[in-house]
Design a protein around this ligand. Structure first.
Ligand SMILES: C[S@@+](CC[C@H](N)C(=O)[O-])C[C@H]1O[C@@H](n2cnc3c(N)ncnc32)[C@H](O)[C@@H]1O
Length: 258
């Protein structure tokens, strides 16, 4: 039961009519581990986006296109050294076959630690495209000649290395599909997230803190301003929190060109 004078946010925006697009955005994912995507793409927001008709996922096993008897997709590196390298032929044939499955031109994206570091501005941009084709590398990486041939946008999830491009691809897909109209239910929730809200000069801010019931927990109180129902005062408080915590947690954001 609500405590006296307790005010929580209104749910009225959630009831707005949600209409799926005429044609869902198409995301093709090329991988040697398609099974890794099953849960992620059918759960939470990515799953809801598909059910709603905002997006269509097609996951393709690169091995299917290997033209050798054992469906081998990798080989040892020229010049020696550890690890294996994904070969040109299976990947190139896979890209060409998959691109021919739909009349829309796909934006090709290679997940690689050597790519541009992913940021919200790039996610926003990709979220407006009609079709994406994501390539997940593995082992030591991909034969450089097929990268030159495909000329993909190269995207990194950060300055560290993971074992394969599958998890980076899932991160990118989640970040993109949550921006599709109506997917989040509450239209404002993505716009108010960290990096989407900006200060008056257009620099990104972090999100403000959030609280829910109970009002007091282990001696910690919810800030008084959030309980009074004064919407202007709440907005002012939230903006100040965004500015203050961005300054403390991410001072580099203040130095950015807007
Ligand atoms: C073990 S990594 C290969 C790393 C490569 N030898 C290098 O140092 O640049 C295997 C695959 O994981 C993916 N990967 C690893 N780290 C990544 C990152 N930070 N962002 C995006 N993809 C990444 C890429 O698809 C890559 O081809």
């Amino acid at each position: 039961m609500n405590e006296p004078h307790e005010r929580l946010g209104s749910d009225k925006d959630r009831s707005r009519e949600r209409v799926p697009p005429e044609r869902p955005m198409r995301i093709d994912i090329l991988t040697i581990f398609p099974e890794m995507f099953e849960t992620t793409l059918s759960t939470s927001i990515p799953g809801r986006a598909r059910e709603f008709g905002a997006v269509e996922y097609q996951v393709h096993d690169i091995r299917r296109w290997a033209d050798n008897k054992h469906r081998k997709v990798d080989d040892r590196p020229f010049g020696g050294g550890p690890g294996m390298v994904l070969m040109c032929q299976p990947l190139m044939d896979c890209v060409e076959a998959v691109e021919a499955m739909d009349d829309r031109t796909a934006t090709r994206i290679l997940l690689t630690p050597q790519g541009e570091r992913l940021e919200q501005a790039r996610v926003n941009d990709l979220a407006t495209t009609e079709r994406l084709l994501l390539i997940a590398g593995h082992y030591e990486g991909i034969d450089e000649r097929v990268i030159d041939e495909l000329a993909p946008l190269q995207v990194s999830i950060g300055d560290f290395v993971v074992s394969g491009g599958e998890l980076p691809a899932m991160l990118l897909v989640d970040a993109i599909v949550r921006l599709q109209p109506s997917v989040l239910g509450h239209e404002l929730s993505a716009a108010e997230d960290s990096f989407s809200v900006t200060d008056e000069s257009g620099r990104p801010l972090l999100d403000c803190p959030h609280y829910t019931r109970p009002r007091a927990w282990r001696g910690r109180e919810v800030p008084e301003v959030l309980l009074g129902g004064d919407h202007a005062a709440i907005e002012q408080w939230r903006l100040q929190q965004r500015v203050d915590r961005t300054r403390v947690k991410r001072p580099d954001l203040e130095q950015r060109d807007p």
